[in-house]
Ligand binder design. Structure first.
Ligand code: GRF
Length: 216
């Protein structure tokens, strides 16, 4: 399997999805972790796994644009085959997204196109949703708008609060994200004509794992 498939992961916080990506890497290796937050817990997780981890401090840059450009440049210096955003709380510059079309993915804690943006769990509860979940999608120039790759669903239970629902979704995230990244690295999923295209084997496996896909 092409273990030389290099993935750069961008984080801002605790890094539980990063940990899942590290632990479940089969077809890829994580070559770098970059953060826009020096306090991000995920930095320690990366270093424990001997992955180069670099953090930048907003205070060192007069303008947010400078910080964004620096992260973009540092990320590119690792020549990643794929960039995985994992709780990266910063809007990607459109030029960066364009440059990595089909090679940048994100995990979002809702069933897109429902609930893009923040506070997805409280919004799902307030909307009275009976089903919630998470989405992995290719990144485009919009916020949480890129082509959906796969989704995992869970019920919203009576008595759920934000914390309980978030924990249920997070378990799904930790299964879905590494699966998608392994598939992309192994050639089972790619962006084709603006949509996520699956090999027959990847499509079958998604079904076996109860992941839904945009494919017929
Ligand atoms: C996850 O819920 C992810 O979907 C969202 O931000 C959260 C990051 O959590 N984009 P972690 O840092 O991976 O633990």
């Amino acid at each position: 399997m092409p273990k030389d498939f290099a993935v750069a992961v961008l984080i801002s916080g605790r890094g539980s999805n990063l940990k899942a990506l590290i632990d479940s890497a089969e077809n890829y290796r994580i070559s770098a972790v970059l953060s826009n937050n020096p306090e991000a817990g995920g930095l320690a997780l990366a270093r424990q796994a001997s992955i180069p981890a670099i953090a930048f401090d907003r205070g060192d840059f007069p303008a947010l644009g400078g910080l964004k450009e620096r992260i973009r440049a540092e990320c590119k210096a690792f020549a990643p085959d794929l960039i995985a955003l994992a709780g990266f709380m910063q809007i990607i510059q459109p030029e960066f997204a364009d440059e990595f079309t089909g090679r940048m993915v994100n995990i979002h804690p809702a069933l897109l196109p429902k609930f893009p943006g923040l506070h997805t769990h409280s919004r799902a509860l307030a909307a009275g949703e009976s089903v919630h979940g998470c989405t992995v999608h290719f990144v485009d120039a919009g916020v949480d708008t890129g082509p959906v790759i796969a989704q995992a669903r869970c019920p919203v239970m009576p008595g759920d609060d934000e914390e309980r629902l978030a924990a249920r979704v997070l378990e799904l995230e930790h299964r879905l994200y590494p699966w998608v990244v392994n598939q992309i690295a192994g050639g089972g999923i790619k962006l084709h004509q603006g949509r996520a295209a699956f090999s027959p084997a990847a499509l079958k496996e998604a079904g076996n794992l109860s992941f839904s896909t945009p494919n017929p």
